[in-house]
Design a protein around this ligand. Sequence first.
Ligand SMILES: CC(C)(COP(=O)(O)OP(=O)(O)OC[C@H]1O[C@@H](n2cnc3c(N)ncnc32)[C@H](O)[C@@H]1OP(=O)(O)O)[C@@H](O)C(=O)NCCC(=O)NCCS
Length: 160
Amino acid sequence: MTIQYRTGNDLDLDQVIELYRASTLGERRPIHDRPRFSAMLRNANLVITAWDQNLLVGISRSLTDFSHFTYLADLAVRVSHQKRGIGKELIRLTQLGGGPNTTILLLAAPAAEEYYPGLDLARHGRRGCSTGASLCDNAYFSPWAVRTTPSTKVGPSVSP
Ligand SMILES: CC(C)(COP(=O)(O)OP(=O)(O)OC[C@H]1O[C@@H](n2cnc3c(N)ncnc32)[C@H](O)[C@@H]1OP(=O)(O)O)[C@@H](O)C(=O)NCCC(=O)NCCS
């Protein structure tokens, strides 16, 4: 199976909603509120999608300044296509798209808590967190943040 990756948020809304359902992420995102979901897609400035021919099978939806930080808001792969490296590749392309020195920040969903440590994303934990413990418990940074902040083991503080 050859998977193709594309950058851009000019996507068919129904196709994206169907992908969110098919990946289970739709259970935790406002896919029933079309104007809101449409705005989420339209205003995201770094969207990478994965395609199995004409079938949308994965998405990485981020907000980035293309310089310092990329917030990876949604990562989703269709259940039928999971555990084939698509999620990993979407994260790699998100890192490339934001810029090589950009730190990726994400908040892991409960089902993916064991996923990100396996990809070398560093868990932030409560240390140095100024936004509340429950948020920081699920926060992960790309390794770049760890390498450039030797004073802590896990990366910089999250600003509210
Ligand atoms: C999390 C998700 C995006 C992973 O996508 P994926 O394409 O299946 O991931 P990959 O195939 O790139 O997996 C890379 C590695 O992580 C492992 N892995 C995948 N999902 C995992 C999980 N939920 N828990 C633990 N490890 C996992 C894979 O086995 C693989 O290991 P390997 O490199 O040793 O073979 C996908 O499972 C998904 O869409 N889940 C539902 C939505 C969700 O929870 N998104 C995250 C929101 S923060």
